[in-house]
Design a binder for this molecule. Sequence first.
Ligand code: GSH
Length: 204
Amino acid sequence: MITLYHSKDTRSLRCLWLLEELELAHELELVAFPPRLKQPQFLEVNPSGTLPFLVDGAVRLHESCAILLYLASKHGDGHCLVPLDSPAYGPMLDWTFHGETALAAPLATVLRYSMFLPREQRVPAVAEDYRGQMLQRLPALEQALAGNAYLCGEQLTVADISVGYGLLLGEMFGLGEQYPAAVRAYLERLKARPAFQRARAVGA
Ligand SMILES: N[C@@H](CCC(=O)N[C@@H](CS)C(=O)NCC(=O)O)C(=O)O
């Protein structure tokens, strides 16, 4: 049985969204956020203290994009992936990592330096710089989407789930109005998917 440790709107949403897209049986362990403060016993499961965390038999994973690629290739029966021999295979990997390193990770730095740190340790200039860095990546995304519903064509793949979460995070923190129109439309398309909506509804 697959077990996903999840907290609402954290990066574990990526994994839960994919589980819903693939209609894979799973157990959910809801974790209070941030676990290291609110649920320290979680550190015995995942010493990093971060979400998501996935258990599948003896396999234990704690990187959301690795979990996406693992679940889709091991249990997805070809769904949400492009085949290895397709020209879109490389771009699918590229965008999957980009969703974390170029979108979600800079936004996490924005949150840290503008909200999560104690007031006296916050640095507005750092937050502003990383906010700008995330927004600078969006014209490339706009170009990649030209003429396509999703990043690898007409079918949703793990790349869209990874990038979609980064865009959602930015939107939650007020950047949505600054997204290019095609990127905003893409995010709306992702949010309209029933699997996304089922996943987003989970948790307090
Ligand atoms: N690169 C990791 C980042 C994981 C991560 O930092 N998750 C955040 C929630 S979105 C977290 O659990 N933070 C709690 C903490 O750092 O204490 C991934 O993509 O899964």
